[in-house]
Write a protein that binds this ligand. Sequence first.
Ligand SMILES: Nc1ncnc2c1ncn2[C@@H]1O[C@H](COP(=O)(O)OP(=O)(O)O)[C@@H](O)[C@H]1O
Ligand SMILES: [Mg+2]
Length: 247
Amino acid sequence: MTLIIKNVTKQFEHAQEPTLADINLEIADGEFLCVVGKSGCGKSTLLNLIAGLETPTGGEILLNGKAVTGPGADRVVMFQEHALFPWRNVIENVKFGMEVAGVPKSQQEERALHYLRMVQMEAYRDYPIHQLSGGMRQRVALARALTLDTEILLMDEPFSALDKQTANRMRRELQEIWMKMNRTVFFITHSVEEAVYLADRVVVLSEKEKSIRDVIRIDLPRPRHVYDDVFVEYRHRILEEVQDGEE
Ligand SMILES: Nc1ncnc2c1ncn2[C@@H]1O[C@H](COP(=O)(O)OP(=O)(O)O)[C@@H](O)[C@H]1O
Ligand SMILES: [Mg+2]
């Protein structure tokens, strides 16, 4: 997998100025990349461009050398809100993505169970969605995303609607899953702590510049500890950059 974002600009119709200007970024195979930045700086827009849900107004995005022109089976998105179907139970929700992707029915059950086990939700396979907590719903959404075995997993603040304790647990488990599976992850968060915890590299998007302000490699072994001196140093440094010289 190679993902190259080349001179990408996005200006929405009727907008006074571009939301994103001249974004350049290469994502390595198997990398865990986190994007941080103030609310409204264009994080979701960047993710939507990679997902093919939005089209750049300039530049191009290349996935394995091919320009992204729309959504594709090589990418999957997981959003902050779980986007599960309330009329389907847990395992049926996990199977949904595979149904759309045309995975043979005979393989769906086994694959769904494999990933439900991975997110520790196998015991809830027949539960209706409304009986699950927020964290459990995001586990199901994660299992659904993982079953598609895509080149890249795009995650837009997947844990930010959860309480802190649940979010911390989810990020730890996501990291364990990522370490086992070696998938490429493009992860947006407004939490610098979450980014330093998870990322190989942290990209700071600047609202002022409408572009990438800095890319910081997190040179710490995993699992990381938020009270570790070096962790705290990274967090402070990146927080300052996110503030854009304000406050
Ligand atoms: N579909 C759209 N049409 C017009 N403006 C949009 C659209 N989507 C996002 N924007 C604008 O782009 C900017 C960045 O939004 P967004 O990417 O959602 O930021 P973030 O995810 O960092 O909070 C905001 O000013 C927002 O109003
Ligand atoms: Mg957003």
